[in-house]
Design a binder for this molecule. Structure first.
Ligand SMILES: Cc1cc2nc3c(=O)[nH]c(=O)nc-3n(C[C@H](O)[C@H](O)[C@H](O)COP(=O)(O)O)c2cc1C
Length: 185
């Protein structure tokens, strides 16, 4: 059993990223336990709060990341980068210095947008930050999902067979990537 924390870059209720994350969570093979780690209530990172008693939401978030064997990011693109809420979560998880929650974990990125370019810029900016916090991002396959508004039904269920098939193969590759990086894997 591998525990995978899923972090969604969008905070809004009707988020396509959230819908896609749910589709991945629900269709993953039984030996992968994916669950979403929420980032919306994390106070903005402020080093002054990094005391013996940091904000409870930070501590809870860090503990959930530490308890995960790997991390999957599903993100939209804001102004050709990742949303600020996601960057904040990465910063929160990276501290206190020397105790980063991310350190050495396997990771993967899926970016999604209603636009045509698959949120490629956000995906690549995020990848750059993952290197900085020593998250081992899977390089291939890359997941840039365009035309998000055409992929889901009225209740937010993924109905596009091509994207479903691609996501299944992406999760399979991520499973193998986690296995390669796991101790003794
Ligand atoms: C502040 C802001 C900036 C945006 N910039 C981009 C962008 O650079 N590229 C893009 O493809 N979409 C951009 N969008 C549109 C988002 O892709 C769209 O709102 C999407 O639905 C957000 O993801 P979500 O559905 O998961 O919340 C932007 C949206 C907002 C609110």
């Amino acid at each position: 059993m591998k525990k995978i924390g899923v972090i969604v870059g969008s905070l809004r209720q009707g988020s396509y990223s959230r819908m896609l994350a749910r589709a991945v969570i629900e269709s993953a093979p039984a030996h992968l336990r994916l669950s979403q780690i929420e980032i919306g209530s994390l106070p903005l990172y402020n080093q002054d709060l990094e005391t013996a008693t940091p904000p409870a939401a930070w501590t809870e978030f860090r503990e959930r990341v530490i308890a995960s064997d790997a991390v999957l990011f599903v993100t939209p693109e804001y102004n050709r980068s990742m949303p600020g809420a996601l960057k904040n979560a990465l910063d929160v998880g990276s501290r206190p210095w020397g105790h980063s929650a991310w350190d050495g974990k396997p990771a993967a990125i899926i970016s999604i947008t209603p636009g045509a370019l698959g949120a490629m810029a956000a995906n690549n900016h995020l990848r750059q930050v993952l290197y900085a916090v020593n998250l081992a991002a899977m390089a291939y396959p890359e997941a840039y999902i365009p035309a998000a508004a055409t992929l889901f039904d009225g209740s937010g269920r993924l109905v596009d067979a091509g994207v479903r098939k691609f996501l299944d193969s992406f999760v399979q590759a991520f499973d193998a990537w986690i296995g390669r990086l796991a101790p003794g894997g």
